[in-house]
Design a protein around this ligand. Sequence first.
Ligand SMILES: Nc1ncnc2c1ncn2[C@@H]1O[C@H](COP(=O)(O)OP(=O)(O)OP(=O)(O)O)[C@@H](O)[C@H]1O
Ligand SMILES: [Mg+2]
Length: 358
Amino acid sequence: MPTQSIETPDDIVIEISNVWKIFGDKADEALHAIREDGLSKSQVLDTYNAVVGVADVSLSVKRGEIFCVMGLSGSGKSTLVRHLNRLLEPTSGKIMIDGTDVMALNPKELQKFRNLKIGMVFQNFALLPHRSVLDNVAMPLEIRSMNKNERIRLATKMLKTVELGAWGNKYAHELSGGMQQRVGLARALAADPEVLLMDEPFSALDPLIRRQLQDEFIKLSAVMKKTTLFITHDLDEAVRIGDRIAIMRDGRIIQTGTAEDIVMNPADDYVADFVAGISRLKIVRAHAVMQPLSEYQVSNGLPPQDAPRVQEDESLSQLIRLAIDVEMPIIVHRNGVDIGVVTRRDILQVVVEGTEVS
Ligand SMILES: Nc1ncnc2c1ncn2[C@@H]1O[C@H](COP(=O)(O)OP(=O)(O)OP(=O)(O)O)[C@@H](O)[C@H]1O
Ligand SMILES: [Mg+2]
């Protein structure tokens, strides 16, 4: 691969640093004015006839992590993801993928980088309708000039992985939307890329199929461990799929964290409104509900010796089940050391906070 490798910590695969993308002829002037005078997105449009697509975004994705970027339509998600394989050039900022400075690649290196390092899945399937399903999956391997037998072997294996083993000889347009999206995923994975970019891959599908594909993707990811940037406008989807989530608004990231971080400590009213409808039962863990052991002891003394004990990452739903069965506080431990206590009051408090939607 290219020679411009610059050292990044081993476990960070995608590193986006202060990326700005402003569309328009006066993008540089507009960026200057934003930095100097703090112009808003609408002021930039009025004054410079320029559109702020991405505003000062920084994020890093660890090896094997699924990182979700969530935001409403027009918030800049697609613009951001298109920078990673340099379909767009930033107005300012830097993007490193697996030690490669993406902006520093020459055209030949860029082509190689896209073929070898990146797999992409879009919302609108983007399959070639008059090629067989198998040929669609094998396409990235063909681009790599892999010999025919080998690429058919790999593509067949990948189709089996997405449970479409029997469909290889059909034309892509003969498949349903959900099946086509699985073919798209198989195609992205066939070349065994380092990084998977997914821009609203399931958004066009009806809710039931969508949920099914989310589950399949979660299972597949657990096996393949691909570093994934997953774009969605659906917070439920982000919560189900993402190890971490960044919330975008008007081109900016306004909060990054685990689902639990975001649900328990929304950065502002905008995020709070979003998370209000999200069930806390599977997201919130014992360590976020508990009182520290020392605090509990001050007013209650030691918890009973035979009280139930859970790990600090036990889910709220499991805590509720325990509290139904046993009339005792629940002890929370980390690596065998008691660190906190969860009472029924603590549980009820968290549940009621999560259901008080304004
Ligand atoms: N090629 C372009 N030229 C001018 N403006 C653009 C261009 N591409 C995107 N934009 C603008 O950048 C902003 C972000 O658009 P983007 O497509 O990234 O949003 P998105 O979050 O992906 O939305 P959606 O959920 O609808 O896909 C919008 O204001 C859009 O109008
Ligand atoms: Mg988009």
